[in-house]
Design a protein around this ligand. Sequence first.
Ligand SMILES: *Cc1c(COP(=O)(O)O)cnc(C)c1O
Length: 338
Amino acid sequence: MNNFKTIPHNKPTMGIDEASAAQSVIISNDLVKGYHTQAFEDDICEYLGLPQGHAVCVTSGSAALFIALKTLKLKNKTVAIPSYACSSLKHACTLNQADIIYLDNKKNSVIFDSEQKKFDALIHPYLYGLSSKLPSCNQPIIEDLAQALGASTNNKMLGTMGELGVLSFYATKMISSGGQGGMLVSKSKNLIEQAKDYIKFDQQHDNNARFNFHITEVQAAIGRVQLKKLPEFIKQRQIRWQIYKDAGLTLLDNTSSELSHVRYRAIVLSSRYQKVIHDLKTKGITAINPFESNELLDKHCINANSITQKTVSLPLYPSLSIEDTHFIAMQTKKVLEV
Ligand SMILES: *Cc1c(COP(=O)(O)O)cnc(C)c1O
């Protein structure tokens, strides 16, 4: 059983609905009027519980981060980011000429610690779909929910509590707008207006710096179809995550009654992670170390470095069959026990 195929680590859930949404845009020849783009923004606002007009589509999560820092005017200011995070956080700071402070993780955790640190702004990523509480501080917080769309804290959707929220629709995220895409959301309509002005590079009457970060109508139409399916995606991911857990695997989590997560990744801890990944591969299962030590944004963060030496991410996506999920659970248990 399962000897003749390989189970991938991740897989987008795209199909005929997304294809026909893209097709109708192409056939309409209305490629840049912005109907779907605005509708996608409205749909996301509704999903997150924000008023209409509080979101702007951009080309990627990276672009959203860049523009977020731009609207907050952080040039020569200090921005705190975790060392254990996507490199796009660092790039967004560098391109904005901000000074960076790196935050270490809590011990044996992927959750970072910003206590006792001074900064002018904080980027707060929710890695692996895990919700976490925002620190109470007066400085603006940018919530990065690229991996956690749909998660919440105290029944408040992630992305609506900080100054700005960053979404990514890259192929492997909770939903995709066809491979690349992103969005910036905010409870401040003024910040979104500034962001919209920044990406509307053409037909302006001043000399302000701007850049074209518009997504296409085709991308927005695909994104809208995916957003409708998001509740089902979240449910199907949760079912598979629970199968792993019920099989006795100890999965990385951030347990608290206030936090509601989405199961973007199922991660087990093992100091023999390389052997575990290798042994699973011989069974036709693609597991990965989701974050290698050489990807750390700052090498001096000890706890962050330590967690990179023990994580194994198991396949988890809505189209993973239940049978395969049980198979992976069983094999992973065996491999971890030797
Ligand atoms: C993917 C990701 C990004 C970047 O998003 P792109 O759309 O790939 O540019 C930023 N932050 C986190 C936490 C991510 O996972």
